[in-house]
Design a protein around this ligand. Structure first.
Ligand SMILES: Cc1cc2nc3c(=O)[nH]c(=O)nc-3n(C[C@H](O)[C@H](O)[C@H](O)COP(=O)(O)O)c2cc1C
Length: 207
């Protein structure tokens, strides 16, 4: 018996190239210098209360746009939309394409909405538009951008939610999102997943 549990709990030390351990995909919309809107797929984000923190690569258009215009929309695609997300994966709104992205095969596309088959809906509190097809769209204002001195290739962007829009079929009662209906897209070590069966709920759940 003891042998079996020892075997099950055995670990090995490895050096993975990436640590994308399964987080929600966000399609971040930001305002370009000519007031058109860029879309950047990201998966580094977390929410606490009405604050949402984003992790953005320093060489991308999203960070450049947020430094100039501190507003964005955190659009959340559902699992079934992964192919549209992947259409955007090798693109940048940066022109010319930065050398680091050129090496990885990225290309510049200005209108990523058209390229991925998404449409725009005007936001209420911020200037960048929302992605109509994403079931959850969170308009947000940037409160702080920090570029760590020892890791200047990425930025920690703190945002504050200004308005949350949710497709009506996901809403339960007045202000809850039905977790049985919402199926976020999860980025799991560069593979896309949805959610499996519900396993249980927190003691704080109201639904
Ligand atoms: C599913 C997915 C998750 C990604 N996660 C992040 C991320 O968390 N932060 C980031 O800066 N880039 C992330 N990327 C890479 C950006 O999408 C990529 O750098 C892109 O060129 C950014 O577009 P932009 O330069 O127009 O902002 C991710 C890409 C994909 C497809």
């Amino acid at each position: 018996m003891q042998d079996r549990s020892e075997r099950e709990n055995r670990t090995v030390a490895i050096t993975p190239k990436i640590l994308y351990y399964g987080t929600t995909v966000v399609l971040l919309t930001t305002l370009n210098e000519d007031e058109t809107v860029n879309i950047s797929p990201i998966s580094s984000s977390w929410a606490l209360g009405d604050h949402i923190v984003l992790g953005l690569g320093a060489g991308g258009k999203a960070l450049e746009n947020l430094q100039r215009h501190p507003e964005c929309v955190i659009n959340l695609p559902e699992a079934a939309q992964w192919k549209q997300v992947e259409r955007l994966a090798s693109l940048t709104g940066k022109n010319p394409v930065p050398t680091s992205k050129q090496d990885a095969g990225f290309k510049y596309v200005k209108d990523k909405f058209a390229y991925a088959g998404f449409t725009r809906t005007a936001s209420v509190q911020v200037q960048p538009s929302r992605i109509t097809e994403c079931p959850i769209q969170i308009e947000a204002r940037v409160k702080h951008i920090r570029i760590p001195g020892d890791a200047p290739h990425f930025a920690i962007v703190e945002t504050l939610s200004a308005q949350v829009h949710v497709k009506s079929e996901l809403v339960l009662g007045d202000h809850h999102i039905n977790p049985a209906s919402w199926n976020p897209l999860i980025y799991n070590f560069r593979h896309y997943f949805g959610l499996g069966e519900e396993q249980g709920k927190s003691f704080r759940s109201e639904t």
